[in-house]
Design a protein around this ligand. Structure first.
Ligand code: FPP
Length: 226
């Protein structure tokens, strides 16, 4: 498997069950992400995309939104050296102009510093699949010759994920079985894996189970296997 994508759900419930503030759940979620990156590398997965903040997440309390933004900014500051050392290329997808100018600057700097990495961590921030598709359509409409025919490849090259292969497997934790506006275009042929485990508890055993389930699937991609 080349590309794993994860909807990291259940941080809030993980914290509530421990009578902790929700933000502690997101912190534990960030640690789980760190571990997941290592499982991926060891398993030969080359791309990991995670849903860290959706276009809808802005509706959460001001405290939670600012806490999540601080967590992201802290992640960027504290991880820079490790990411470079471990050959992790960092990339953000989503409507990044929604983010503070400071955070946008930190993201751009980290993307630049890590661009030589051979493992790619894609973080979806202020991301919505429909929003990404609409922005791609607007880009295409702005071409020099807007009446020229458009191929699927042309369209894909206008998405935030340009150059990144489609996900092979999408995992969603915490028992929800929805796509929630994540990678709508890119998920066309993805396999799905759902687990009741909350994201902060997602460990090596859970990762192995997901990969094992994936390895048993027959992927026809719309064609027929002989
Ligand atoms: C969903 O759980 C999770 C989120 C909205 C945020 C995910 C963010 C992280 C794990 C932060 C780390 C990311 C980086 C890149 C450092 P929820 O709050 O919806 O949980 P609930 O459904 O139990 O309330």
């Amino acid at each position: 498997m080349e590309h794993l994508a994860v909807i990291m759900d259940g941080n809030g419930r993980w914290a509530e069950r421990r009578h902790l503030p929700r933000l502690m759940g997101h912190r534990a979620g960030a640690d789980a992400l760190d571990r997941c990156m290592h499982y991926c590398k060891a398993a030969g997965v080359r791309y990991l995309t995670v849903y860290a903040f959706s276009t809808e997440n802005w509706k959460r309390s001001e405290d939670e939104v600012s806490g999540l933004m601080k967590l992201l900014s802290g992640f960027i500051a504290s991880k820079e050296k490790t990411l470079v050392k471990e050959g992790v290329r960092f990339r953000v997808i989503g409507r990044r102009t929604d983010l503070s100018e400071k955070l946008q600057g930190e993201i751009a700097a980290l993307e630049e510093k890590t661009k030589g990495g051979d493992f790619t961590l894609v973080v979806a921030l202020s991301y919505g699949g429909r929003d990404e598709i609409v922005r791609a359509a607007a880009k295409l409409a702005g071409r020099a010759d807007p009446s020229a025919p458009v191929t699927e490849q042309d369209f894909a090259s206008c998405l935030d994920t340009a150059g990144i292969p489609d996900p092979d497997l999408i995992i969603r934790t915490s028992g929800e079985q929805r796509i929630s506006n994540f990678l709508l275009w890119q998920a066309a042929y993805a396999e799905f894996y759902f687990t009741d485990v909350l994201w902060p508890d997602f460990d090596q055993a859970e990762f192995d189970k997901a990969l094992e389930s994936y390895s048993k699937r027959e992927r026809r991609m719309g064609g027929r296997l002989k």
